[in-house]
Structures are given as structure tokens and as C-alpha cells.
Design a protein around this ligand. Structure first.
Ligand SMILES: Nc1ncnc2c1ncn2[C@@H]1O[C@H](COP(=O)(O)OP(=O)(O)O)[C@@H](O)[C@H]1O
Ligand SMILES: [Mg+2]
Length: 285
């Protein structure tokens, strides 16, 4: 027979047991959540990795197949007219150059992901760098009747950056601007002192623009916004993510403002020579 006291005792032990169980369950639950989170993290990382490898294999296979296909046709001598031979060898060269750009891009991405890409900072004057980048894109811009203007603030100090990497960032932004701006458009490059210790280099175009979801796609490795306009253009889809990573390696940043159908502005923020005097974690405004 149960007595009140006994029942209290039992109830107490039950509560104690319940509390113990609850405690254990809570700990297990928390561990479960943590484990789950770690699992999700790991899955995401491995999914990103396998997506990257799948994409990479696809991207490499396409130009390789073109090279094999066209060289087979040339070798089998089914194509005999000198114009066709010229045309097909031109395709082979294009595919090989694309392959080289892809492999260089993939090497950069994997070096960045492994934390093995270091930037060698030195004082860098912006004007000569801009001039050499403009030389590379000028011909294509002229061909499309795109006006390119450039404004460098007179008070702009030297950057504290790796000149080759700054060039790599700018060439990508400029070639994107030319590539995604229809004939007769405009491109403006502006270099200003953003705040003490940082400079902003922006490339603004009057091109096809992107909506917010497309900007996200553009920032992912191999991400290319799938529009009919884009389909006509060559590219690896690695330029923007690499440019962003390079800016971050300089303790800088890369921002995209874009409006579908109206144009895009990509701004790169890089430290100037005085940045070393700043606190390392001074926020960028
Ligand atoms: N200035 C721009 N205007 C419109 N779309 C752009 C612009 N820059 C980049 N994009 C979009 O972002 C994608 C990724 O750019 P990027 O990483 O440089 O690769 P790629 O130029 O090799 O395609 C482009 O394919 C394009 O769809
Ligand atoms: Mg590009």
C-alpha cells in the first residue's frame, strides 16, 4: 500500500529521475543539435566541394571535346577548304585558350581555398595600373562602341597592395563591364579615397545588370547568370569570386550594386599605404 510519505518519496525520486532524464535528454538534445549542425556544415562543405569538382569537370570537358572534335575533323581531311581549315583551327585555339584560363582560375581558387595564396604588398600607384588594364580591354570596348572614362581623385594615396593582384582584379571587372554592356554603352572607372586608410575603385557600366539572386550566382565559383545575352559570351565564372577573395586577402572588400536592365557597379576596397598605421580591425564604412 502506498503511503503519502512514501508517495512523496517516490514522487521525489520520480521528479529527481525525471529531472535527471530531462537533464541528460537536454544535454543529448544539445549535443544532437551540435552534431547535426556539424554534420550539416560538413555536408555543405563536401557538397560545395563535390559541386565544385562536378562543375570543374564539366567546364574542362567542354573545351577539350571541342579541341578533340575539331582536330579529328582536320585530321580526317573531310574539311578541305582553306577557309574551313582556318576557321576550325581558330576554334581549337579559342578552346585551348579558354582551357588555359580555366586551369589558371581553378589553380587560383584552390590556392585561395587552401590558404596558400599570399599577397605581396608594396606601395602601388593606381594610374599606371589602370592604364595597363585599360590597354587590355580598350580594343574590345572600341569594337562595341563603348565609351570608357576614368577619374582618379588627385588626393588618392598609393595603395598598399600586390600590383599583380590589383591588375588581376581590375582586368576582370573591366572585361566583365565590356562583356555585359551592349554596343554604344558607357563604362566609368572611379578611384577615390574612401576614408583614412582605404581607397575605393569602382567600375560602373550601363550594361545588362543583375537582380539580387543573380548577383549571388555571379559570386559563386563557375556562377554565370543564365541569360541569352550571357550565352554568347565566353567566360569561366571564376573572375568575380577570385576578385572578391583577392580583395579580402588585402583586408579589403568587393561590393556589387546592380539593377537588372540598368547597369552594374562593382566597387573594390583596398588599403592605402597608411593602412598599416590603423588598428587591424578598423571597420570599413
Ligand atoms: N558588369 C556585369 N554586368 C552584368 N553581369 C555581370 C557583370 N559582371 C559579372 N556579371 C555576371 O556574373 C557572372 C560571373 O562573372 P565572372 O565571375 O567574372 O565570370 P565570367 O566573366 O567568366 O563569366 C557573369 O557570367 C555574368 O553573368
Ligand atoms: Mg569575368
Amino acid at each position: 500500500m502506498r503511503t503519502f510519505g512514501q508517495s512523496w518519496f517516490k514522487q521525489g525520486s520520480l521528479i529527481g529521475e525525471f529531472a535527471d532524464h530531462l537533464g541528460i535528454a537536454m544535454v543529448q538534445h544539445k549535443q544532437g543539435i551540435a552534431l547535426n549542425a556539424a554534420k550539416v556544415d560538413a555536408e555543405l562543405a563536401s557538397k560545395a566541394k563535390s559541386d565544385f569538382i562536378a562543375n570543374m569537370s564539366h567546364e574542362l570537358r567542354t573545351p577539350l571535346n571541342a579541341i578533340i572534335g575539331f582536330s579529328d575533323m582536320l585530321a580526317s581531311q573531310t574539311v578541305t577548304s582553306p577557309e574551313k581549315v582556318m576557321q576550325y583551327s581558330g576554334y581549337i585555339k579559342q578552346a585551348a585558350e579558354h582551357l588555359l584560363a580555366l586551369i589558371n582560375g581553378i589553380l587560383d581558387v584552390s590556392k585561395i581555398q587552401a590558404g596558400k595564396l599570399s599577397v605581396e604588398r608594396e606601395p602601388v600607384e593606381m594610374k599606371p595600373i589602370l592604364a595597363s588594364c585599360l590597354l587590355i580591354v580598350e580594343a574590345k570596348a572600341r569594337e562595341k562602341g563603348i565609351a570608357v572614362e576614368c577619374a582618379v581623385a588627385p588626393d588618392l594615396p598609393k595603395l598598399s597592395a600586390d600590383p599583380l593582384r590589383v591588375k588581376q582584379i581590375l582586368i576582370n571587372l573591366l572585361s566583365n563591364a565590356v562583356k555585359f554592356t551592349p554596343d554604344g554603352g558607357r563604362i566609368r572607372i572611379e578611384c577615390t579615397l574612401l576614408q583614412e586608410g582605404y581607397a575605393a575603385i569602382s567600375v560602373t557600366d550601363t550594361g545588362v545588370g543583375m537582380n539580387p539572386a543573380e548577383v549571388e550566382t555571379a559570386m559563386r565559383p563557375f556562377g554565370q547568370v543564365d541569360t541569352t545575352f550571357n550565352k554568347r559570351h565566353e567566360g569561366t565564372g571564376l573572375g568575380l569570386p577570385i576578385a572578391y577573395a583577392l580583395a579580402r586577402l588585402h583586408s579589403g572588400d568587393l561590393r556589387i550594386e546592380s539593377q537588372k536592365g540598368a547597369g552594374t557597379r562593382v566597387t573594390v576596397i583596398l588599403p592605402t599605404v597608411d593602412a598599416t598605421e590603423l588598428e587591424p580591425d578598423t571597420p570599413i564604412h
